[in-house]
Design a protein around this ligand. Structure first.
Ligand code: PHB
Length: 403
């Protein structure tokens, strides 16, 4: 090797941005990801009414973001009973499946990969969102703190107090699993590339897992084996449909969303992480409060940070971590082996071409929280890409015949 080569190599290394590590390819189940940047599941509440059918705008929105290594779709209710917010899409009706098919087609045409996040909200709902105005269901009849987001008589979104949910009878449990099963079959019919089991953020599966919401005395409550029974029943049902390597699981250990709480999170989530390893799933995806604390300049809760380390140790497989990462921390976490992939949420809302921006170190568009939920194109499909900033025409991605 001559001296010139050595120098230019060194110069190149010095030039290399810190985020380069985010751009190493990665093998995820049967898929080869181009890089390490995942689009996190994001509720956008824009499904067409009646029927909670994803709109043609969603095809545009997801296709614009197809440069993500993997898109995890917005949380999608597995049944009418599984709905907890106005205008979220489902995957339980024929019309919904046909709409998703067109969305997936648009994503695949743009060379993207997309998993469907399967969602049952349990008690985080309201009779106004339930079939025949019935009570939402839960492991135990405990009212959550906070409010439900419903559509009022004027067709507007409104926050209303939660009601006391109905505790599920043990005889009903196979029918809960069946709701996930039907949704997973539908997700295959829609040509999704995989599914993610939403067991995070205080929704139904998490309500069973964590002690604060589960006071059952039958085989679905008490011990950690019992509290995680529903999760593993769902997981096993889905493996029969998708195989393990196209399934991801999302957990939020130490999260507090939707009034969720566990008396012994280390034991509970350590157990789940260890058991999940045996299934050889595509990935485990965690969202943890320490990330947001760290990024906002606060001292991260050491227990929450330790929890991520525990999970990394106990789970033998691909780990995706989410929770408000900035570029430099994301790269550091990959470099230090704390995560294999990083999921970005809010940054993907405002930056359809987020991977490119991270790669070249370009500034980000700011996101507008007033357009997160509900509405149309504004704050959904109208965030500019770098290509548009350079004067290139955006591709018209909405099929006008599809309304
Ligand atoms: C929400 O709609 O606010 C929402 C949905 C799913 C989550 C978190 C938040 O995991």
């Amino acid at each position: 090797m001559n001296e010139t080569t050595t120098i230019s190599r060194t110069a190149r290394a010095a030039q290399a941005t810190d985020t380069d590590v985010l751009f190493a390819p990665y093998r995820l189940g049967p898929y080869t990801l181009r890089h390490r940047i995942v689009m996190a599941p994001l509720t956008r509440s824009r499904a067409r009414q009646p029927g909670n059918v994803p709109s043609s705008l969603a095809a545009c929105y997801y296709a614009q973001r197809a440069s993500a290594a993997l898109i995890v779709s917005e949380a999608t209710q597995v049944s009418m009973q599984g709905q907890g917010y106005a205008w979220t899409p489902g995957i339980h009706s024929r019309e919904q499946v046909e709409a998703w098919q067109r969305i997936i087609q648009a994503v695949h045409q743009a060379d993207g990969l997309i998993f469907n996040q399967l969602w049952h909200v349990g008690r985080i709902s309201h009779p106004a969102l339930q079939p025949d105005n019935m009570l939402p269901v839960a492991p135990s009849a405990i009212i959550p703190e906070g409010k439900a987001f419903i559509e009022n008589e004027r067709g507007e979104g409104e926050l209303v107090p939660f009601v006391r949910p109905r505790a599920l009878n043990i005889e009903e449990m196979p029918y809960i699993v069946a709701q996930y099963e039907r949704a997973a079959i539908n997700a295959r019919a829609a040509d999704f590339d995989g599914v993610e089991i939403h067991a995070a953020n205080g929704y139904l599966l998490d309500q069973f897992i964590e002690t604060g919401t589960n006071r059952r005395t039958d085989t679905y409550g008490g011990s950690v084996e019992n509290r995680t029974r529903l999760l593993f029943e769902v997981a096993e049902a889905l493996i029969r449909i998708w195989g393990p390597d196209r399934i991801g699981v999302r957990l939020s250990p130490m999260g507090k969303m939707n009034d969720i709480h566990d008396d012994q999170p280390e034991t509970t989530f350590g157990y789940i992480a260890e058991r999940l390893s045996d299934y050889h799933f595509a990935y485990l995806h965690i969202v943890n409060p320490a990330i947001e604390q760290m990024q906002s300049g606060k001292e991260p809760d050491p227990r929450a940070l330790r929890m991520v380390e525990t999970i990394r140790k106990k789970f033998k497989g691909t780990l995706i971590v989410a929770g408000g990462f900035e570029a430099d921390t994301a790269a550091r976490w990959i470099r230090e082996g704390k995560a294999d992939l990083i999921a970005f949420g809010r940054k993907f809302i405002a930056n359809p071409d987020l991977p490119e921006r991270l790669r070249i170190g370009s500034p980000f568009n700011a996101d507008d929280p007033t357009t997160y939920y509900g509405g149309g194109e504004k704050g959904y499909t109208d965030y500019p890409s770098l290509a548009q900033d350079r004067g290139e025409q955006p591709k018209a991605c909405v099929d006008q015949r599809w309304r």
